[in-house]
Design a protein. Structure first.
Length: 241
């Protein structure tokens, strides 16, 4: 079973194999200590860490990636604006590395993710297995050609031409259901929103961009970190009416 090691300054390691010693820049941890359920353990150089079972987020941050994933700051906005919960049925496309699908599956009742590239599908399968998620289905299908599921609560699009999936989403979503499009460029946002406004069955809500700026706090020396997490993408929110 995987374990997490964390020290007072927040330095964290995920231990995937507790049957062998764990070597770090702080020294190594003995395999006998790594089998502890929880508590404090030390490296051979005396550095102290707390050991505990991983939370979902500890494992999530270690998934394998190929395609660019939607960052946590943007996932947070999707979750808060749509109110997705343990009763929600969600459709996601394209799957990419499966990061969004996996995160939403930790919250929602069911997630179905669409992907046309078989190499990405294999990557998603591996990440699902790594996270031990049971409520995700993967479909090797172009969502532009239609969505099989009906009465869906949320459809999230991370596609080059999201406006081409509007008809599919319209037929799939329940009344009041949310459609969210994630796009890195303004021309994509413009085309998507313009097509939404032409459809009488959709209400355009808003487009947002989240900029995250982390701060350093050390005694009374408080300042923004020099490298902020800047632009990643634009999120456009729509509801079926």
């Amino acid at each position: 079973m995987a374990k997490v090691l964390m020290n007072k300054s927040g330095k964290r390691f995920l231990v995937k194999d507790t049957n062998k010693d764990m070597h770090t820049q702080f020294g190594y941890f003995k395999k006998e200590d790594l089998k502890a359920k929880s508590g404090r353990i030390r490296t051979n150089t005396g550095k102290e860490f707390t050991i505990f079972n991983p939370f979902f987020i500890d494992l999530y941050k270690k998934i394998k990636r190929d395609a660019q994933i939607i960052p946590l700051k943007d996932i947070g906005l999707i979750v808060s604006e749509t109110g997705v919960n343990n009763k929600s049925k969600v459709v996601d496309a394209g799957a990419g590395s499966g990061a969004l699908a996996c995160f939403l599956a930790n919250i929602a009742k069911e997630v179905i993710t669409y992907e046309i590239r078989e190499d990405f599908i294999e990557l998603v399968k591996n990440n699902i297995k790594f996270l031990n998620i049971k409520n995700i289905k993967i479909k090797n299908k172009n969502i532009y050609d239609g969505i099989d599921e009906k009465n869906v609560d949320l459809v999230v699009l991370d596609l080059p031409e999201p406006w081409k999936a509007l008809e599919s989403a319209e037929k799939s979503l329940k009344a009041g259901g949310f459609l969210v499009s994630y796009s890195p460029t303004i021309p994509q946002v413009m085309d998507f929103v313009n097509y939404v406004r032409k459809n009488e069955n959709f209400a355009y809500l808003k487009t947002s961009e989240i900029i995250e700026r982390e701060w350093e706090v050390e005694e009374r020396k408080v300042r923004p970190r020099s490298q902020a997490i800047g632009h990643s993408g634009f999120l456009s929110f729509v509801r079926k009416i």
